[in-house]
Design a protein around this ligand. Sequence first.
Ligand SMILES: [Zn+2]
Length: 175
Amino acid sequence: IDPGHGAQDAGAIGNGLLEKNINLEVALKLQSRLHQAGALTVMSRTSDTFDSLQTRVSKGAQASADIFISIHANANDNSGANGTETYYDTTYAAAHSVKLAQQVQPRMVSALGTKDRGVKTAGFYVIKYSRMPSILLETGFVTNPIDASILKSTAAKDRLASGIATGVSNYFDVK
Ligand SMILES: [Zn+2]
């Protein structure tokens, strides 16, 4: 589990939110849910620290992780942009990465009640260079007032973590 950004790298900023903090909160909740479900979890960070993208990928590889999940929140110059999306990259393990993405994306949308922006491909570093099935989650837009209010809610983040964990479990059931 890779909570995006950290320390001097706040990530996206909007509506009083720092992306790095949301990412970490969701990641810690996800770690708890996955642990409860019997998974062995490894976090790229567990507090407000910064790792390079290369280090994040290396940590996943060194752990021999079965999957890699990077957690982010989105931003746009247009405050009207909103919703939730999941990215995968086709360089390694594409078939399994898209299956994992397709399990997780609808459960994030259900958990948050956000707009479904779908499953997309993009060569973001951590999912491009991770050799195991890997996805990057954009949970919502900190720059959109409604998404931001959702991301501020502890209950919503709890539901989100549970939804992601259910998607992960289903991925391992059906893959
Ligand atoms: Zn980010």
